[in-house]
Design a protein around this ligand. Sequence first.
Ligand code: FES
Length: 146
Amino acid sequence: MLRAFVNTALGVLAAGLASVVGRFALVPRASARQQWFRGASLGDLDPDTPFPAVLAVARDDGWSRARVNETVFVVWDGLTGIRAMSATCTHLGCRVRWDNGAQRFKCPCHGGEYDAHGNVTAGPPPRPLLALAARITDEGDVEVRL
Ligand code: FES
């Protein structure tokens, strides 16, 4: 009698634990979904000049969640066109900055350079800067999808 009760209780506990572990294994975490983040307003931007926008993004890290700052560049064409790209160098992940005089994104780590569209023009980066979806809202805000 006691053995049957203990076995039943252990079975119920194992099933409960399996359902919790299975949920984490099968359901995508919230951070895996892309979201739109406000990066700037059109009033902040000069036409055809990359603008660095810092986005506060929630990231799951194991059992905890933290907000991290992601820097992206947004470029407005002066009319209705907007585009965005990551500020993370595709070589080893340093943050690039825009050099307006040279009209290039420059990476401070190993001399990587990119043109205004994020294409590699010099140095070791193997790929262009990551292009990101961007849009202008009816309120004149620029949003970027991460
Ligand atoms: Fe940018 Fe190496 S990390 S060139």
